[in-house]
Design a protein around this ligand. Sequence first.
Ligand code: ATP
Ligand code: MG
Length: 141
Amino acid sequence: MTQNERTLAIIKPDAVADGHAGAILTLIEKAGFKILAMRMMHLNRQQAEGFYDVHRGKPFFESLVKFMTEGRIIVLALERENAILKWREVMGATNPVNAAEGTIRKLYGASIERNAAHGSDAPETADYELRYFFSSVDLLP
Ligand code: ATP
Ligand code: MG
C-alpha cells in the first residue's frame, strides 16, 4: 500500500504578482497532488521571519524576508505519495539557472531568491510549516 504524505507549498510574491498562480496550480494538479487547503495572504515581517527562522543569521535573510513580504502569496497544503520529494522535483533547483526544463523555478523563477515557489524539505519541517499556516480542521482528510 502506498502511504500519502503532506507538504507545505507556497506560491511566492513574484509568481503571484506576475500572474503565474493559475499555471502553477495547474502544474500542482497535473502532478497528482490533492490540494487539502489553500490560503492567499500577505505576510508581515514577523510572520515571514518566523517562517524562515532556520535561515536567521544567513547573509540573505534580510533580503528574503523583504521579498516574502512584498505582496500576496498563496499557501497550500498538498497531499500525495512521496509529496515532499515530489513537490521539490516539480519546483526544480533553488537557483532557476540550475533548475530542470519544465520545472516551476525554470519557468517562472528570476533568481536564486526570486524563485517563484517554496516547498518543505523534510517530514519534520513539513509538519511545522503546515501547522504554521493551517489549523487542524483545515487539514482533515
Ligand atoms: P524554499 O525553502 O523556499 O523551498 P529551498 O529549500 O530550495 O527553497 P533554502 O536553502 O531553504 O532553499 O532557501 C530558502 C529561500 O531563500 C530560497 O528559496 C530562496 O528564495 C532564498 N535563498 C536561498 N539561498 C539564497 C541565496 N544564496 N541568495 C539569496 N536568496 C537565497
Ligand atoms: Mg528550504
